[in-house]
Ligand binder design. Sequence first.
Ligand code: GLY
Length: 382
Amino acid sequence: MTRSHPLPDLVVVGGGVIGLAVTREGARRGLRVSLVERGEPGMEATWASAGMLSPIGEVTSAGPFLDLALRSFDGYPPWVRSVEEESGVEVEYRECGKLQVATSDEAAARLKARRSLAEAHGLATDWLAPREVRELEPSVASSVQGGLLLHRDHRVDGRSLARALRASAARAGAEILAGREAREILWNGTRVSGVALADGSALACGSVLLAAGAWSGRLAGLPHPIPVRPVRGQMLALMSRDVTLRRVVESDNVYLVPRDDGRVLVGATVEEAGFVKACTVAGVGQLLTSALALCPALAGAEILESWSGLRPGTPDGLPILGPSPEAEGLVVATGHFRNGILLAPATARAVGELLTEGRSALLAPEFSPSRFAREAARTERR
Ligand code: GLY
């Protein structure tokens, strides 16, 4: 095996936003890090994402997930500033807020419960009457029954963020191995010794971070199941002369995310379709119908692009984040489902602290991979 770099301390498997963020963090903390990505980094779920930073928008209850989401959200401004400075890539981080509109009494009740949750966590909100909704966002349908304005709900461009993280990680000394597929984790007893690649080569290392998103459970040599499944999200990009949104606007069925260049992103379906990344007539139809119901003036918009991505879903909806209980040197950071972009800074920090300080307070026991190792052991005993 010929290598130009010294042996890495850490091999990161997976080049999505999580793998890239941890690679950068590890390199900045002085680790020798190599990232292995079978395609180009940032081209799967990260590329597909709308980039909403929505700590309260995607949860219904308090708990460790919301705590992690808020920690990550609070850390976003300085994190993104450093990534931009280090890389020279602007990532369109905008503190724009989000308007969640109610189209029924039930939806209004749900949003009011969300408002209480937000306020209990110190997030400023306003409840808007229909007239106020339209004053704020004139293109929203006149039939809405009200809206929840979440001031602390922002957006970023996931595609630029991946480019920026890659450049920043490389500048910090990390090695990015694009087009190289990890096949198997290698062991010396119960200690990680490296990663075998599909081209027949191997990278020896002291630690492995598994961050392969929806594909994480497919790596050979895992000491216990990593039950991540792909959850497809179809998306559209529209360009409209008639609609200018100032903030993210969302109904029960769809979200609309404005971009600085005038595009409006429309998302997203939530589908169990295996590893089939496709846009379907039904999926695109559903997005268009819901977008028009929310914002009728989009009727004349041009459809610029459609795409889909595979979110990494887990059985309990929580990320799988922390050291493997059955193996020294294996750390898992996957299953971020709808929130990979939001959770990237906190995940990077948690893994960085774990690898260089031996522990991280961000790693709640609820996220531990051990919950699935225990389950597998119980099933085996039956
Ligand atoms: N975070 C939005 C989505 O996954 O569709």
